[in-house]
Design a protein. Structure first.
Length: 370
């Protein structure tokens, strides 16, 4: 595949990984197949947005069973400001990974498809087996000097979040408001940059107002980026709010999901990572051509299966009906549509299979070492 077009003065989100040496050392046909797959994936291009949030604090919130109207300023003024002044992401989906909140959090924080391993969730597996994942959001920001904190309603996931790279892990069953208050009391008085992940269950209007007002009162608002992913119960569409200096004019109409949050944030914070090894894409990178299947195609897998329904910038596909509904006019023949659908289905299958193999083989330990 051809590399994405890079604006003058920019490079790629790419690292120098010697996969040939890995194959010789491991002596495994499967590892060799994985090396070939990743070597030929196209990395995403950097842009004027690369590093625009560098050095800022980051607060990432995953709020399920909450579908607020951001245009209603009276309901939640803080959310209204995030929506009005932040990046405009208009086609956000929430896949059903068949793993509950474990699957959503794993996809959000790793940008890998959360596949079942030994009948358990991907999140549980990485904690039980101490799987090394070098490009999680927490690990990359931690390597950049950030204090990394996770606030969770479930105290049994501490080992998994340690594997994700979080240095401090707290369990809090007092609801979104109490959890947010606790997080602010710990991190907002520190001088080093911080990354805080909050898992809210249920509505978060009061908690978001408290968060915004506290950051403003402590003069931390200008130095902090906020990312909020929210969706109502049983809804397939979601909302992603991304707010911080330099993002007022940013936007994307490409379909995306929680898989795309980590690569997007890593690029915005200027972190070193290799985009070839992630299932998701930086939503602002571009480089793909609608109607052409490539590793730069913005692809939303709607269910936790290698043979799932999917959505791209060129249309929507139903696996059960073997039907595709184009969203662009670039297809001229039935054969072109057939080739495109086969190409995207193959992309989806590979993303699923290789995400699972990463965990089954602790693949990144072989490639990058810990």
């Amino acid at each position: 595949q051809a590399m994405a077009t890079v604006p003058a003065g920019y490079g790629y989100n790419l690292l120098d990984a010697d996969l040939t040496t890995v194959q010789q050392t491991a002596g495994s046909a499967m590892v060799g197949e994985m090396n070939s797959y990743y070597m030929f994936r196209v990395p995403t291009a950097k842009s004027a947005l690369t590093g625009v949030l560098r050095g800022k604090n980051l607060i990432l919130i995953c709020a399920d069973e909450w579908a607020p109207d951001p245009s209603d300023k009276r309901e939640c003024p803080a959310l209204h400001r995030l929506w009005r002044e932040g990046a405009k992401l208009t086609r956000v989906y929430r896949p059903d990974w068949y793993q509950g909140s474990d699957g959503q959090e794993f996809a959000l924080l790793t940008s890998l498809i959360p596949t079942s391993v030994n009948d358990g969730t991907a999140l549980a597996w990485i904690g039980e087996q101490s799987i090394f994942l070098p490009f999680t959001l927490a690990r990359c920001l931690g390597d950049s000097g950030y204090r990394t904190l996770a606030y969770l309603p479930d105290p049994e996931r501490g080992d998994a979040y340690a594997a994700l790279g979080f240095g401090e892990i707290f369990s809090h069953d007092g609801g979104a408001l109490a959890m947010t208050s606790g997080a602010l009391s710990v991190c907002a008085a520190d001088s080093e940059p911080f990354f805080v992940f909050l898992r809210w269950e249920g509505g978060g209007s009061e908690a978001l107002t408290l968060l915004y007002d506290t950051l403003k009162d402590r003069e931390l608002l200008d130095g902090t980026a906020l990312c909020l992913l929210t969706a109502g119960a049983e809804e397939q569409r979601a909302q992603l709010f991304l707010w911080g200096g330099g993002l007022e004019d940013a936007g994307s109409a490409a379909p995306c999901s929680e898989l795309d949050v980590t690569p997007t944030l890593l690029n915005l914070f200027g972190a070193d990572y290799d985009s070839r090894f992630l299932s998701g894409l930086d939503v602002f990178a571009g480089g793909g051509t609608p109607g052409t299947a490539s590793s730069l195609t913005p692809l939303v897998t709607l269910y936790g299966s290698a043979f799932s329904d999917w959505v791209t910038d060129a249309g929507r596909y139903s696996a059960a009906e073997s039907a595709f509904w184009p969203a662009v006019s670039g297809f001229e023949t039935v054969d072109e549509v057939t080739d495109y659908v086969r190409g995207v289905c193959a992309l989806q299958y590979d993303r699923y299979v290789f995400s699972r193999r990463i965990m089954e083989n602790n693949y990144f330990q072989l490639v990058f070492g810990e």
